[in-house]
Design a protein around this ligand. Structure first.
Ligand SMILES: [Fe+2]
Length: 274
């Protein structure tokens, strides 16, 4: 797979934090002690290191991580799963969205996480690996993540599952609570409620593969996180309490952008590297 670009630029991160904190440009300029002109330049993507570092403080972002993101000094490299894991990256409008497949290597039972805009490649993998798809788990129900749900469910007969708190418009969909457990052969899947971006946004913590894995939807991205203008504090807290407390060698599989690890995000994510 070609290298997937980071989902957000440094100015996207600034804008997400500013919207989440409900801080006007005038307030941010004043608290950062930068001119309105410099603030406007940075927000439109001009890289001015000293200004970026000053703006980071009132937005409670890591200045080092934000500056590194601006200069694209970092790209995450996650360890490879030798078996039992596949990532799919499909186009949706002018962006791309990720979906994932995991399976137990001995029993060949599998689960999908979101569907992307197309499930053709996922169905090819299911056939090539001789898998039986038991569950389709939804991180959340924004259109880009579930566009191929009717096709994938019809082709496989798999059960569709989402959080009881997430609005789901799919007949027969089942609802789980937080801390539900599912098993696929030797694999265990635990649901973690990491809401903010959407009301029932769920991260799935998977153990039993070569590395601990969290499929997080839009709760968290490599070097950023999903937009959550009205529940920003809650999204930060949920990520902090429920994802950043998992093992450091955790592989993080986000809804957009590349795979990453918890250790890398602790160091490089402007929202969490403190
Ligand atoms: Fe999304």
């Amino acid at each position: 797979m070609a290298r997937i670009p980071l989902e957000d630029n440094f100015n996207d991160v600034i804008n997400k934090a500013q919207r989440g904190l409900k801080m006007s440009d005038a307030q941010l300029a004043e608290r950062s002690e930068v001119s309105p002109e410099d603030l406007a330049a940075v927000k439109s993507g001009v890289i001015l290191d000293a200004i970026i570092r000053r703006i980071a403080r009132p937005l409670r972002l890591s200045a080092d991580a934000l500056e590194a993101l601006a200069h694209k000094r970092f790209y995450p490299i996650a360890p490879v799963f030798p078996r039992g894991f596949a990532m799919f990256n499909t186009p949706h409008g002018d962006m791309t969205v990720n979906s994932y497949l995991i399976w137990d290597s001995s029993t060949r039972v599998a689960a999908a996480f979101d569907t992307g805009s197309s499930c053709t490649a996922m169905l090819d993998t299911i056939a090539a690996e001789h898998l039986s798809l038991r569950n389709i788990f939804l991180t959340h129900t924004h259109e880009d993540h579930i566009a191929a749900l009717p096709e994938l469910a019809a082709a496989t007969g798999a059960e569709v599952w989402a959080s009881e708190r997430e609005p789901v418009d799919y007949p027969g969909a089942k609802a789980f609570k937080e801390h539900a457990h599912f098993h696929l052969g030797e694999l265990a899947i635990k649901t973690l409620l990491t809401t903010g971006h959407s009301p029932g946004l769920t991260s799935f913590y998977v153990t039993g593969l070569s590395w601990p894995l969290a499929i997080v939807g839009d709760a968290l991205f490599a070097s950023s996180m999903g937009g959550s203008p009205d529940h920003y504090a809650g999204q930060l807290r949920n990520n902090h309490d429920k994802i950043f407390t998992l093992p450091r060698d955790l592989v993080i599989a986000p809804g957009h952008g590349p795979l990453t690890t918890l250790a890398l995000e602790k160091k490089h994510n402007p929202f969490f590297a403190h």
